[in-house]
Design a binder for this molecule. Sequence first.
Ligand code: ZN
Length: 454
Amino acid sequence: MQHAKPLWIKNPLATFDGQHQNSQHITNGIVVENDVIIQCLGAGETPTVQNHDVFDASQHVLTPGLVNTHHHFYQTLTRACPPALNKKLFPWLQTLYPIWAGLQPEQHAVATELAMVELLLSGCTTVSDHHYLFPQALSHAIDTQVTVAKSLGMRATFTRGSMSLGQDQGGLPPQSVVQSEQTILEDSERLIKTYHQKDDLIEIALAPCSPFSVTTSLMQDSATLAKQYNVNLHTHLAETEDENRFCLNMFGMRPLDYLESVGWMHDRTWLAHGIHFNDDEIKRLGQANVGITHCPSSNMVLASGICRINELKAAGVRLGLGVDGSASNDHSNLMQEIRQALLIQRLRYEADEFTHEDALQLATSGSASVLNRHDIGILAVGKKADLALYKLDEPRFSGSHDPLAALVLCGAYKADAVMINGQWKVKQGEWLGGDIQKLMKTHSQAASRIYKRL
Ligand code: ZN
């Protein structure tokens, strides 16, 4: 339920507004009314509305609700899966495709719910899922996800993924998980018409999976359809050197040249990973105002490489953060992913060249910009009331001095309170929307079934 009266999130211990370090203009907190922020209070300021409730945030660090820009929810069913352990991307995918091919609708639904609740508990309020697996039984996979998101009340961009280049045509996935281009495009159009921006919470984007699993004509036609309906485009790109070699062999060009050749170099596009770009390619990405999702944990697990965040940022690329699928992370904790971003980028840059605020910015206003959303990821008047509040009351924080730095450096992983669209979804660290133990039981049973099927 939305708060009947305006709510003063009062005097937070520290605040990050999504853009600025030590956000002084919010020292005394914010006021929320219905689904938006109506006031940001500096030192000594109080709400101008008289009749309001109060949430005492004096023990909390306040941030915008975190925004996750890349995931594959169904992969929560194949975390730490023995045959796929310790493999790099291509053999890892080839091992998992046959397992994923057996995905059933009820397994997909519970995987979606578990992943979304896991993200929520970490302070994430907007999710984006890249679902590209449509075996015979799962033709309405995105409809299932929208139903789950609506029941949870989470903000979501569901990307209609696709694979059309099977092994028979020189692609990576088996034929059992690819669809015809006509089927994909018709379903894409249906989903846009049915769900895109019909309310505040749900958006649809189009997401052919990767150069090694999608036909050239589908890449082109998806871009045309996205332009027609003004929806975003998403895909994996420049994740590994193997992908570079595949593109050179298959198309006679590097991945970014291929992307340009199919009409994707513009501000409607965002890419997952974006690791293996050269200097000239980075410049072109910036000029085209493309977005990139940094996925540090996945890049480390699959030994894919390190995204060149600072060069991309300097070139003008929009940058956000994503946990990536749960078979290559293998968690869906966006707060922990912020710490991973800090740590992996410190291996590439000097200690003062990528800060904890830079990492927090990636997961808030950065991620919002990647999704072309201007109403979330920032604490400011008129923005959506999507909030995450963290307590520093565990041994890992004891003795810390800078509360904001402590969130990242001491390893926060659990929000104490989370609000989406003006409604509390988490209080005192507990999910308010259902029974987490019951959900985990159903989910783990589904995971057992999909793995044992082989
Ligand atoms: Zn991915």
